[in-house]
Write a protein that binds this ligand. Structure first.
Ligand code: CMC
Length: 388
């Protein structure tokens, strides 16, 4: 003891320098390359946000045209990947398949093995952003037993994703532009969040010089947990379980009970001790999307809004500065778009991909050492092996 700083959960340990994303948790401020998330969500689209995260500046008209064309060019996956899926049970959780298939891309793109070559790093970054929606939609199609839909490169990023999710060979499918716009905004709101658990995992894996597809796969695995990206799925399950506004108090009491492991899902954050700015945009967005879709009086939205109000007035949540986070309202929009609950965390993974890649690139393009935390050993002292 005394040799190392003991910081379980890395509450006060900075693991790197980074110039990508800034959070002031006290103020509820989130900046990507200096730009507030609210302004990006209002004025940029997802691919512009990806460009900003990867290259540090918003793209010019010419740059974004080229970037869109590059991303579109890589949307298909190797045909051999199709056979991969058939090894999985149809009732697999989509995130289990995501972890495996994204990691498996390393076996298809051998140029990703040499991360010292900037061109290889570049094409890997593009491939990941391009192929995540394709793989995600394939996962969904596989789990419901429908044929995979090939990407349509005449569609924008979000529309193409919805097309691959919901079209089938038997009928005409028109992407609803309102839903596509909603999807695009959801991707933006998830695009990066500095050293969260999954990004830190990507960096730690990357610090060994591992293959970038394997690094992103490790990030997807970390994201899956209900304390992180899995919370969006858990929020919807919780709202459904609450079922009626009259039951909210019971769940609030459960969340406060220290003998009960239940927590209010979509509430609280390690860094934000104020309203998560993404949650604010998401709530506004949720109201707009439901209005545009003509959904009036959505029962889950009613429960969520009431739950938020009660929690924000309760001493337990006030004292601990627990506010709704990004996951609190996203599920209600995703549900309105028609995305099944089991795919919610997959959507988060698509959105977070440019963040993971930007951090991986920042790591491997700078000076770095292998990430290797120390420990405080609490086990037996040295002892002789008994004679046997
Ligand atoms: N419901 C009830 N109590 C809570 C909650 C909650 N959602 N979140 C934190 N607390 C309490 C916790 O019990 C502790 O109380 P006490 O001081 O009396 O022991 C106090 O607040 C501090 O919590 P903590 O667990 O020390 O905080 P943390 O920074 O380690 O955990 C968190 C942050 C997000 C994991 C946690 O707030 C949580 O489990 N929230 C619910 C899951 C969730 O919504 N996760 C999504 C996070 S945002 C998106 C993302 O990153 O993916």
């Amino acid at each position: 003891k005394g040799l190392f700083t003991y910081d379980p959960g890395f509450v006060s340990t900075a693991s790197c320098e980074s110039n990508i994303t800034y959070i002031d948790g006290g103020k509820g401020l989130l900046l990507h390359r200096g730009y507030p998330i609210e302004e990006l969500a209002e004025n940029a689209d997802y691919l512009e946000t990806c460009f900003l995260l990867l290259y540090g500046e918003l793209p010019t008209a010419e740059q974004i045209e080229e970037f869109r064309s590059t991303i579109t060019h890589h949307t298909m996956v190797h045909e051999q990947i199709h056979s991969f899926f058939h090894g999985f049970r149809r009732d697999s959780h989509p995130m289990a398949i995501m972890v495996a298939v994204v990691g498996a891309l390393a076996a298809f793109y051998h140029d990703s093995l040499d991360i010292t070559d900037p061109e290889h790093r570049e094409i890997t970054a593009h491939r990941l952003i391009s192929k995540m929606p394709t793989i995600a939609a394939m996962v969904y199609k596989y789990t419901i037993g429908q044929p995979f839909a090939y990407p349509r490169n005449d569609l924008d990023y979000a529309s193409n994703f919805l097309y691959m999710m919901f079209s089938n060979p038997c009928e005409e499918y028109q992407v609803n532009p309102v839903l596509a716009k909603a999807m695009d905004k959801i991707f933006i709101l998830h695009a990066d969040h500095e050293q969260n658990a999954s990004t830190s995992t990507v960096r730690l894996t990357g610090s060994t010089g591992a293959n970038p597809f394997a690094c992103i796969s490790s990030g997807i695995a970390a994201l899956w947990g209900p304390a992180h990206g899995g919370a969006n799925e858990a929020v919807l399950a919780m709202l459904e379980e609450i079922g009626h506004e009259d039951n909210i108090e019971t769940f609030i009491e459960k969340a406060k009970d220290k003998d009960d492991p239940f927590r209010l899902m979509g509430f609280g954050h390690r860094v934000y001790k104020n309203y998560d700015p993404r949650a604010k945009v998401m709530k506004q967005h949720c109201d707009n999307v439901l209005a545009e879709l003509g959904v009036r009086n959505d029962p889950l939205l009613r429960i969520a809004t009431r739950l938020e109000k009660i929690a924000l007035e309760d001493d337990y949540f006030v004292e601990r500065k627990l506010f709704p986070n990004v996951d609190f309202y996203s599920g209600i929009i995703l549900r309105a778009i028609g995305i099944p609950t089991s795919m919610f965390t997959v959507i988060f993974a698509i959105g977070r991909t440019p963040g993971w890649i930007a951090h991986w690139k920042e790591l491997v393009e700078g000076k770095y050492r292998i990430g290797r935390p120390r420990q405080l050993y609490t086990g037996e002292t040295q002892r002789p092996m008994p004679k046997r």
